[in-house]
Write a protein of this length. Structure first.
Length: 168
């Protein structure tokens, strides 16, 4: 048993160290093979809506939205255009709403196995609410009937009946 444990520990340590050693060697190979692998390109749009690419963004477009591209043309970073406080607040509110919706969607997908199940739960809850509404309406109706009966009984007493000799 000890030999098996020692063997497993050796295999695991080799497996864990191999990617680390490989990762340490990769940058040196990348530097040797391609000196332009770290080149960053920029993408921006001018006032006419024309998209431009270049090694740097001209000063007149530095306040606009820009994207940084790696050597393969994949967007690695994005810088938003400068905004007024009102625009920044609107963007923040929009991002919060999107985040809330995504969280809600993830919750629904993780809780229910299918759309049909979500619809079934929704329908069951609507039926419960409708049942509560019907019960409340019936209760209001019984209270209204009781109030009408009490009003009729009150006519038998003096302040509400002007005829002589009525009970106080």
């Amino acid at each position: 048993m000890r030999k098996a444990t020692l063997f497993l520990a050796t295999v695991l340590s080799i497996a864990l160290l191999a990617p680390v050693a490989g990762a340490q060697q990769k940058p040196s190979r990348a530097k040797q093979s391609s000196p332009t692998s770290k080149t960053t390109a920029y993408k921006w749009v001018d006032e006419n809506g024309v998209t431009h690419y270049g090694d740097s963004v001209p000063p007149e477009y530095s306040q606009r939205e820009q994207s940084m591209l790696n050597s393969r043309g994949v967007v690695t970073d994005k810088r938003l255009a400068e905004m007024t406080p009102a625009e920044a607040a609107a963007l923040s509110a929009k991002q919060k709403e999107e985040s809330r919706r995504k969280q809600h969607d993830v919750f629904l997908v993780s809780t229910y196995p299918s759309v049909k199940e979500i619809e079934n739960v929704r329908d069951a809850r609507l039926d419960q609410i409708n049942g509560q509404v019907v019960a409340a309406e019936a209760y209001i109706s019984s209270l209204t009937t009781r109030v009408d009966g009490l009003k009729q009984r009150s006519l038998n007493f003096a302040p509400y009946n002007t005829k002589a000799q009525k009970k106080q």
